[in-house]
Design a protein around this ligand. Structure first.
Ligand code: ZN
Length: 377
């Protein structure tokens, strides 16, 4: 049997949500057992805006961690963020930094889930950028241009016009460009200083294109339906963009790291078009498959080394996290992703499975080629 032994990966972009969904998701993450650090996104409802919000959110996550016992051992460590809005002050950045929050995330207004208080005028944030630069507080960007004049598929590349002046005016600011989806962004990131800029790449952006969302080129015998499990923002793009993302992952470049953008929505919300992909089952197997099938990386040692960099080393270096010695293993074995996953937590407001509380995972009903074997300390 072919086996991939990897360093325990980190996930630098996860939506843990709140309430019963948070308790469910934390339990699922623990059951999988394959994460070291998990960076929690702040676009909850209501959002995480201050140091105090982040500490309360951390307590909620810790509570959920305590009530779930890991099946494979090795709980993850949550890393906290706040959301930066046009109302955020330098003082709020200082307080968040002192509270151990690692960074602040900026959403473009009204583009994605819970982004109503997102930013339109990035120049208004200059005092905040100055403070973040001084403290080494990381600024995370959802990189889509907020202008309604710019078409959705062009918003990612257009956002680089907003980022250029920011890196010029704040050369010491450390920032991330989240869930990159285009060749333009890959090229932009490569032009920035190592250690200053990090880009996260989710597994579905690295392996799928917009055609997969719209239901083109399905395997024979499958209906040409659109795939609601893959609807997300930024939108998936073209084959050329996907090729650029794969090149970035397998270049070993320190500026690219794994961030799943795990974003659970219940089935009724998904049917209404909610954006976000549930990729906890299929995400890591998809990336391992990519490495396994990548003809440019013939030497096995290289392949593992490069994967480790993308999945754990690059992000840990950027976020100043230490290295753990834990390893995880995947073996080559077909395993079907459930068609639907019931979200429930005994003792919560969602005490048992319910038809309105199902999650449709990415690759539902399809096989993945890699099965998680376990984690060793
Ligand atoms: Zn996200």
């Amino acid at each position: 049997v072919e086996i991939f032994n990897l360093k325990v990966p980190d996930d630098y972009h996860v939506h843990l949500r709140q309430g019963p969904m948070l308790r469910f998701i934390v339990g699922e993450l623990l059951k999988k057992g394959f994460w070291g650090r998990v960076l929690a996104m702040p676009n909850t409802d209501p959002p995480i805006l201050t140091a105090r919000d982040a500490l309360n959110y951390r307590r909620e996550i810790d509570g959920a961690l305590a009530e779930s016992s890991p099946r494979y051992g090795g709980p993850f460590k949550p890393l906290m963020t706040i959301q930066i809005t046009e109302q955020t002050t330098p003082e709020m950045i200082r307080e968040a930094h002192l509270a151990g929050v690692v960074g602040g995330k900026i959403y473009p207004r009204d583009v994605t889930t819970n982004s109503e208080n997102g930013v339109v005028d990035y120049a208004k944030l200059y005092p905040v950028f100055a403070e973040a630069e001084k403290l080494g507080f990381i600024v995370l960007f959802h990189g889509e241009h907020p202008s309604r004049e710019i078409e959705g598929l062009k918003k990612s590349a257009a956002f680089l016009n907003i980022l250029w002046p920011i890196v010029r005016d704040f050369p010491g600011l450390r920032l991330t460009l989240e869930h990159i989806s285009t060749r333009d962004e890959v090229e932009w990131v490569r032009l920035q200083k190592e250690g200053q800029v990090l880009a996260t790449i989710p597994p579905h952006y690295a392996t799928c294109v917009l055609d997969d969302v719209l239901g083109y080129n399905q395997p024979r015998g499958r209906r040409p339906h659109a795939n609601i499990s893959l609807i997300c923002k930024p939108a998936l793009k073209t084959r050329d963009d996907r090729a650029a993302l794969q090149e970035a992952i397998f270049s070993g470049d320190k500026r690219f790291a794994y961030g799943s953008d795990l974003a659970p929505h219940l089935f009724p919300a998904k049917c209404e078009g909610a954006c976000g992909v549930y990729n906890l089952e299929a995400g890591l197997p998809a990336v391992i498959d990519l490495a396994h099938n990548n003809e440019h990386l013939v030497v096995d040692h290289n392949r593992i080394d490069i994967l480790n960099r993308f999945l754990s080393v690059n992000g840990a270096l950027f976020y100043g996290q230490g290295f753990t010695r834990d390893k995880i293993s995947f073996q080559r074995k077909s395993e079907e992703v459930p068609r639907k996953i019931a979200a429930f937590v005994p003792g919560s407001d969602w005490p048992e499975p319910h038809p309105d509380r199902l999650i449709v995972p990415w690759k539902n009903g399809e096989p993945t080629n890699w099965q998680f074997v376990g984690r060793k300390g």
